[in-house]
Write a protein that binds this ligand. Structure first.
Ligand SMILES: Nc1ncnc2c1ncn2[C@@H]1O[C@H](COP(=O)(O)OP(=O)(O)OP(=O)(O)O)[C@@H](O)[C@H]1O
Ligand SMILES: Cc1ncsc1CCO
Length: 346
């Protein structure tokens, strides 16, 4: 059940309270977050999780990834450097995770232009990630609406990717977090008479932390933080967990920017601020706005630019306070396993 009670306007009325509760829970519960992530960002991601208060485990080899995914508190699958062994481990992990009904995060790094990871991402999408986190070009490519960005970097704004994000959320039943100069988070459209055409839970994150783009893994580590927030909010919607994780991460980045002289000191200061921000401090400055619900057939992009009336959540606080899927994955894994044995790539 989603315990974010809608207000009379249809919007959550107590986002700051949820912010404080979830951050407190991460620190108290120290969720064990399994990361199958890329070789560039592994160390920084582990340090970000430790700073937040979670416990990282980069368990990413076949034979271990699946069993671990059954017992971990959270799971991140990041496609940044998907070696053959890691691809098999990813399929194993998400199938196992799904078999126990666990939540998981997919980060489709550089999907679109690069064929191996694009095929893998399409298969993993069928397993239903709880949250997809990516930059705008990745989200548009995953939805089949564009050909991808410039390597691992985006060539689109997050607002450009909102229609694709809503489409993906409708397909998975989960949430999609799009990063950019402004971050956009959407949940799955509500079902209306058996169809997904209803209201979309939607958040926007305002920040001014461009140094995040000058540290490799600035987005990848956010995926791990989202997994940690999902782990401690099992009754909260995927969208609100992803939005709050994003707000917290960029609040720390905003504060780190103030004491940094460049990307190097920023990377260190970000870890320090992630560890130092208290739940009350976060609640007072989530950076998040709730975007009034729209129907999926609305022009969400235009809505993002013009019609959406952002609600300042700090002010609001003052005012209020898969059996078939597994078979598919098994089949794909078998195919890939055979390909790996014969030295072919996928
Ligand atoms: N133009 C920008 N200005 C300020 N902040 C940004 C900008 N673009 C992204 N960010 C922030 O940087 C972080 C990473 O987002 P980005 O879109 O760079 O992800 P990414 O491309 O997946 O990153 P990476 O692959 O390096 O991990 C997010 O928290 C986002 O808020
Ligand atoms: C630079 C880079 N290349 C593959 S993954 C990665 C980390 C940022 O996505």
């Amino acid at each position: 059940m989603n315990d974010v009670e809608p207000s009379s306007t249809g919007l959550p009325s107590d986002l700051p309270a949820h912010a404080a509760r979830l951050l407190h829970a991460v620190r108290q519960e120290q969720p064990l977050i399994q990361c199958l992530t890329n070789s560039v960002v592994t160390n920084y991601t582990a340090n970000v999780l430790l700073a937040v208060g979670a416990s990282p485990a980069m368990t990413d080899i076949g034979g271990e990834a699946g069993p671990f995914a059954r017992i971990a508190s959270g799971l991140l699958v990041n496609l940044g450097t998907p070696t053959p062994e890691q691809r098999l481990a990813m399929r194993e992990a998400v199938a196992a995770r799904r078999s126990v009904g666990g939540r998981w995060v997919l980060d489709p790094v550089a999907v679109g232009a690069l064929p191996v990871r694009t095929a893998l991402a399409a298969d993993l999408l069928d397993v239903g990630p709880t949250v997809i986190r990516g930059n705008a070009s990745e989200i548009r490519a995953l939805a089949g609406q564009a050909g991808g960005g410039r390597g691992v970097d985006s060539t689109d704004s997050a607002a450009d990717a909102v229609p694709a994000a809503i489409d993906l959320a409708a397909r998975t039943g989960g949430a999609v977090a799009v990063s950019g100069a402004v971050d956009e988070v959407v949940g799955a459209p509500a079902r209306v008479g058996g169809d997904t055409g209803g209201a979309v839970e939607r958040y926007r994150n305002h920040h001014d932390a461009a140094l995040l783009t000058k540290v490799t893994g600035g987005g990848c580590a956010l995926g791990a933080v989202i997994a940690a927030f999902l782990a401690v909010g099992p009754d909260d919607s995927p969208a609100i967990c992803a939005a709050l994780a994003t707000g917290y991460y960029t609040l720390a980045a905003r504060q780190a920017t103030e004491v940094s002289t460049g990307p190097g000191s920023f990377a260190v200061a970000l870890l320090d601020r992630l560890a130092a921000i208290s739940p009350d401090e976060f609640a007072a400055d989530t950076g998040l706005s709730v975007v009034p619900a729209t129907a999926t057939d609305d022009d969400a992009n235009a809505s993002a630019a013009t019609a959406a009336t952002a609600v300042d959540t700090a002010a609001t606080a003052v005012a209020a306070s898969a059996a078939t899927v597994e078979t598919a994955v098994d089949t794909a894994a078998t195919t890939e396993s055979a390909a790996v044995r014969t030295g072919a790539t996928r």
